[in-house]
Design a protein around this ligand. Structure first.
Ligand code: HEC
Length: 430
């Protein structure tokens, strides 16, 4: 076991030394059953796990709906809004034979749970974020019965723990050209999409509703559209409706919202990164008693948290007001009513560039030594006289706002953390 840990540490060190040192692209699979966390044996405590317990013990019932089966009642029980609906038609996932541009797969989400629904498919697919295990996966048999039948399915990690999920159980977002049937052309792919991916590379194989001015993206293109788009890159863009493309009555919401997609991509990536830090920190604490060797991933995590390298928006994005409202109204606020969930969508995704996932249960579940190091580094970056390399996108006003919001909304910041009063920064300004 020691040898395996040392080997994994050598790999971590090697990744840190890579020329472009982009740990966010980390790919090697973390050992999921040794060194502390045992993915295959441990119980999850995520939102789906809690619902499954409640359903099995009879304290919660789900209702079967004549049109959508378990879906509406399931979403309600998980506090997932239908406004978060996103539609993907590329045959990139499990029940691929049921997915087609005429029958896309719908994905719904909140800050810790994802639900997949394909009209007519035998199972619904769910994933949740567990603080210790990372992504945990379930199916729900999509047939009427007295009690819905959920199953935790660990072999979903065949795809959901790979280079594309940072080597830990997590969430996938991809972008490919597809033919008229949704079959992907693997040579055209963007393996993992996050907030750093330019919009022009996003959403191949996805439907996208909402406007985005003169920016272009690959959504809503099927088959020959991709060839035509090489001459006219506006093809597929700025669509408000999809009802000529598939039977809309099969879904509870009309669109595949652009703002929901952008939040989802940021969030899925951060969830994967938090899970990776969880596994690595736990393994390092077991092997060495400290997390001193994890400085490189820690630094890139802080960059991801503060949206370093985010793809800039050059036109305004307008998403579905219903999604925007339900997303923004959740989460913590400071006494002035400021929140990390307020969307900007003019030049970037969020008004204040510190991820709202710093308030998530998964972040709170990171081992104490790792969490306090992250806070310490955040404190340094947010209060330095001039922002360090990689953080120059954040001016003093924005860094101050982040400090103030974090100070008011987190209870576990280390003593001496630079709260409202600017440390080095205001001293130097006139
Ligand atoms: C063949 C690879 C593959 C397998 C196996 C697979 N998935 Fe996925 N899954 C994907 C891809 C790719 C996506 C990204 C969206 C898309 O392209 O449809 C995805 C997305 C999802 C999502 C949306 C959010 C997220 O977590 O990424 C859920 C929920 C999900 N899968 C559940 C499951 C469950 C449950 C299983 C096992 C029963 C499973 N998947 C097995 C490839 C797979």
């Amino acid at each position: 076991m020691l040898r395996r840990l040392l080997k994994s540490h050598a790999l971590v060190a090697a990744l840190g030394l890579m020329a472009h040192a982009d740990f966010q692209g980390a790919t090697h699979l973390v050992d999921l059953d040794h060194g502390g966390i045992r993915y295959g044996q441990e119980k999850s405590h995520g939102r789906v796990a809690r619902l499954v317990d409640a359903v099995e013990s009879g304290t919660r019932r789900l209702e079967w709906d004549g049109r959508f089966g378990w879906m509406p009642s399931l979403l309600q029980a998980l506090e997932v809004s239908t406004n978060s609906q996103m539609l993907v038609f590329s045959k990139t996932s499990l029940q691929r034979e049921h997915i087609h541009p005429h029958n896309p797969r719908a994905i719904y989400f909140n800050e810790d749970t994802y639900v997949g629904y394909i009209p007519g498919a035998p199972v619904m697919e769910l994933s949740e974020v567990d603080g210790r295990l990372g992504g945990v996966f379930y199916t729900l048999d999509h047939k009427r019965s007295e009690r819905p039948q959920f199953k935790r399915v660990d072999n979903c990690i065949e795809c959901h723990a790979s280079a594309r999920t940072m080597g830990v159980p997590g969430h996938l977002v991809r972008s490919f050209e597809t033919d008229a049937n949704g079959i992907v052309d693997l040579s055209t792919g963007t393996d993992s999409v996050d907030d750093r991916t330019p919009l022009s590379e996003r959403w191949g194989g996805w439907y996208v509703t909402g406007t985005h001015g003169s920016m272009t993206h690959r959504g809503n293109r099927i088959g020959g559209d991709f060839a035509r788009a090489r001459k006219d890159p506006t093809i597929g863009g700025n669509r408000m409706r999809l009802d000529d493309l598939f039977p809309g009555e099969r879904y509870p919401a009309p669109g595949s919202d652009i703002a929901a997609l952008m939040v989802f991509e940021h969030q899925a990536h951060l969830h994967n990164f938090i899970a990776r830090l969880q596994y690595m920190s736990t393994q390092h604490l077991a092997a060495y008693g400290h997390v001193d060797y994890l400085n490189s991933p820690l630094e890139t995590f802080v960059k991801a948290l503060l949206f370093s390298g985010e793809a800039p928006l050059t036109s305004r994005v307008v998403g579905d007001p219903a999604f925007v409202k339900s997303f923004e109204s959740a989460g913590r606020r400071d006494p002035d009513g400021r929140s990390l969930r307020t969307l900007d969508l003019g030049t970037r995704l969020f008004k204040v560039r510190c991820s709202f996932l710093i308030h998530s249960d998964a972040f709170a579940a990171l081992p104490g030594p790792m969490r306090s190091r992250i806070y310490r580094r955040l404190g340094e970056v947010l209060s330095a006289a001039t922002p360090p390399e990689g953080y120059t996108h954040l001016d003093e006003a924005e860094r101050r706002t982040i400090r103030e919001i974090l100070a008011a909304t987190l209870t576990d910041l280390p003593a001496g953390w630079p709260k409202a009063a600017a440390a080095g920064s205001s001293a130097g300004s006139p």
